[in-house]
Design a protein around this ligand. Sequence first.
Ligand SMILES: C[C@@](CO)(OP(=O)(O)O)[C@H](O)COP(=O)(O)OP(=O)(O)OC[C@H]1O[C@@H](n2ccc(N)nc2=O)[C@H](O)[C@@H]1O
Ligand SMILES: Nc1ncnc2c1ncn2[C@@H]1O[C@H](COP(=O)(O)OP(=O)(O)O)[C@@H](O)[C@H]1O
Length: 294
Amino acid sequence: MQQDTDGDASEFARAKVNLALHITGRREDGYHLLDSLVVFPEIGDRLRLLPGAPPLSLTLGGFFGPQLSQARPDNLVLRAIEALAGACCQPPLRAGLLLEKNLPVASGIGGGSADAAAALRLAARMTGVDLPQAEWLALALSLGADVPVCLEQKAVRMSGIGEKLHPAPPLPPAGIVLVNPLKEVSTPAIFRALTQRDNPPLPALPSSFGSCGELAEWLKSCRNDMQEAAEALCPEITEVLAALGEAKGSLLARMSGSGATCFALCAPQDAASIAAGIEKSHPEWWVASSGKIR
Ligand SMILES: C[C@@](CO)(OP(=O)(O)O)[C@H](O)COP(=O)(O)OP(=O)(O)OC[C@H]1O[C@@H](n2ccc(N)nc2=O)[C@H](O)[C@@H]1O
Ligand SMILES: Nc1ncnc2c1ncn2[C@@H]1O[C@H](COP(=O)(O)OP(=O)(O)O)[C@@H](O)[C@H]1O
């Protein structure tokens, strides 16, 4: 499995952004079938080893750390490490961990899933265990529908309930701005609130995108089928979308996942100025930008 290490004992857990998210059906067990173009910006949590901390403990830092309870064994980081140990029939990683939680919680950008995937990568690297690719994916899926896509953190077309991953066409240079009104949105609640679950899949993807403008034009023929239900439950999303859509340089504004985080796609050089403008007009929102997506 590919690591994302910056050469030290840490893993970067990038936010997952659904540039388009079509809900195309529902399985008998209630899980929804998706068709989604997923990308990863240079915005994320960081999971690192914490020397001197008792094994296997999790310390929470970062702006959003206090929102996740310190000692809770249900944190996806700890669940991922225990699950890997179970799958390999080995004792779990004997180390203390620090999660720098920079991404808002329950926000449609898969922060918990990204952390779980980062934990799998870090534990695999530290313990030397390895599994066939299909087993990594099955293990990831057992932790959450969004965890498989977060393992590789590369642009993909994701379908099934999240387990079918097909490489996306090469992406053009593009920037992205993420904005969250700091209202938690429950993923199951938005799935439950959907009124239509058999929408058409994504239109055919081109073999490549010549520019971020071309990518934005293609995305305009797509949707986020969870957006309407999320706006009804969390009206701040409509305000966020308006601010992102009106910003100079914004090529497309849309919600990611089940919300409430929304994004603007833009040219790489415009991301920081769009973010600065929104931060100024709405200091109460969480705003982050990246001049790169992958
Ligand atoms: C909607 C998406 C789109 O990428 O993103 P987020 O809003 O979470 O970021 C994901 O499918 C979310 O994946 P994830 O958050 O990992 O879901 P899970 O923990 O596996 O499931 C939480 C609950 O969501 C519902 N669920 C999830 C995935 C799916 N394909 N169909 C569903 O119906 C189920 O009710 C499930 O009990
Ligand atoms: N490391 C983690 N980071 C965020 N949420 C976590 C984590 N571990 C467990 N959770 C739980 O998972 C739920 C979904 O969180 P998150 O992945 O941030 O949502 P979303 O996929 O909508 O962005 C939260 O309500 C939280 O209680």
